[in-house]
Write a protein that binds this ligand. Sequence first.
Ligand code: ZN
Length: 237
Amino acid sequence: MPHAYHSTLLSSLAWLDHAFQPAGEPPPPESIMNRQRHTANVLLSSEALPVKSHEADGLIATDSRPVAVYTADCLPVLIADVRQKQVAAVHAGLNGALKGVLIQAIHRLCERGATPDSLYLAVGPAIGPCCYELGEDRIAAMRQENPHDLRPLLAYSMQQYRNPLAIRAQAIGTTQGVWFDLPLLAKRMAMRAGVPEAQIELSGICTYCMAEEQASYRRNGHFQHGYQQRYAWIRQR
Ligand SMILES: [Zn+2]
């Protein structure tokens, strides 16, 4: 049975618990979740009940019940605010990230008394630049539309990065496109919002070539072996 991944940064904060769980393992029973739709909507957990009744992709906890997101290549981001002792969970796939869900989560935390330098972000396992190919038309559209002025933060390479930590074959390019680095985009977005670099941790785990077999939506698209959601959650103690 694969183990959950824990962020070193968040583990250093004694007032919270968190985990990035392997595929198929259910979240803690009291967890609050949204119906995720790649939106920029961020709710307080008190606004989000009953569980999965709202379409949103970010959740800020208002009590000690865990807030959770589910992913299968998209980026799970767990956030702690050490000033007000708030926690948040964000589902940021590429579309949600471009719509601004992470920006909105940081903004909403700051409305509630956080400051950018009081935030700690753990960016969990997601499809990495070693396996995430995007067509050139997609990149061109992103650059043209430039949502939230993100163009200077887009991170991609024409050459596929060979991942020395891969435990299975990396994705094979099919579109002569680019290799996109979604975790790095998230990091750059948080830094632009004022979060210190030392308070942002990337897991470095690619769901396609490094995590358990069921972890990747895209890999399932290539091999039809099935996939299961991975849950990431965080709670105040
Ligand atoms: Zn990979």
